[in-house]
Design a protein around this ligand. Structure first.
Ligand SMILES: [Zn+2]
Length: 170
C-alpha cells in the first residue's frame, strides 16, 4: 500500500509539474478566475438588495379599467372606470385585488419593493448557475490527467512546426 507521505513528497510533485505543465492553460484559467470574481461581486450587489428591502406586498401594482354594469353609465360607451389593483397570479391566473385610493402610494411602494426583491432573487439564481459553470471551466483548465498521457519527449522539440506541440500555453 502506497504511503501518503510519498504522494506529498516534493520530489514526486516536481516530476509531475515538469511533465504536465503543458496541459494546463494558464491564460484561460486566469480569465475564468477573473470572471468568477466578477460574478461574486455581482452576487454581493444582489444580496445587498435583498438585505436592504423594506416591507413588501406581493403582486404587481397595476391600473385596470372596468365597466360598472350600469347601462346608462359612460363606461358602457367605452369610457372605463380606472382604478388601482394589486395583481398577483394564482395557479397561473392573474387575480387583481382592488387597492383603495388612500392606500395607493403605500401599496405602490411596497409592490415595487417586492418587484426588486424578486428580481434580485432571480439574478442570484442566474449568477449561481454562472458560478457553477465557471467552476467547471476552471476545473477543466486546472486538471491534469492521471496517469499522465505520454509525457512529451524532449527530443520532439527539434521539430519546429507549430500546432504539434499542444499549443495551449502562450
Ligand atoms: Zn360605469
Amino acid at each position: 500500500m502506497a504511503q501518503v507521505d510519498d504522494f506529498c513528497s516534493g520530489h514526486l510533485r516536481s516530476v509531475y509539474d515538469i511533465k504536465m505543465t503543458g496541459t494546463v492553460s494558464r491564460e484561460k484559467a486566469s480569465r475564468f478566475r477573473q470572471q468568477l470574481l466578477q460574478t461574486e461581486r455581482a452576487r454581493e450587489q444582489q444580496v445587498e438588495t435583498l438585505l436592504g428591502a423594506g416591507t413588501m406586498v406581493m403582486g404587481s401594482f397595476v391600473t385596470l379599467g372596468r365597466k360598472c354594469g350600469k347601462p346608462s353609465c359612460r363606461c358602457a360607451r367605452g369610457e372605463l372606470h380606472y382604478s388601482k389593483f394589486l395583481s398577483r397570479s394564482e395557479k397561473g391566473r392573474s387575480r387583481p385585488v382592488y387597492v383603495r385610493s388612500a392606500d395607493e402610494v403605500d401599496v405602490a411602494a411596497k409592490a415595487e419593493s417586492y418587484r426588486r426583491f424578486r428580481q434580485a432573487r432571480a439574478e442570484l439564481m442566474k449568477l449561481a448557475d454562472q458560478t457553477a459553470h465557471l467552476a467547471d471551466e476552471l476545473q477543466q483548465e486546472m486538471t491534469e490527467p492521471y496517469p499522465p498521457q505520454t509525457p512529451r519527449p524532449v527530443r520532439s522539440r527539434r521539430r519546429k512546426s507549430k500546432g504539434e506541440d499542444g499549443g495551449s500555453e502562450r
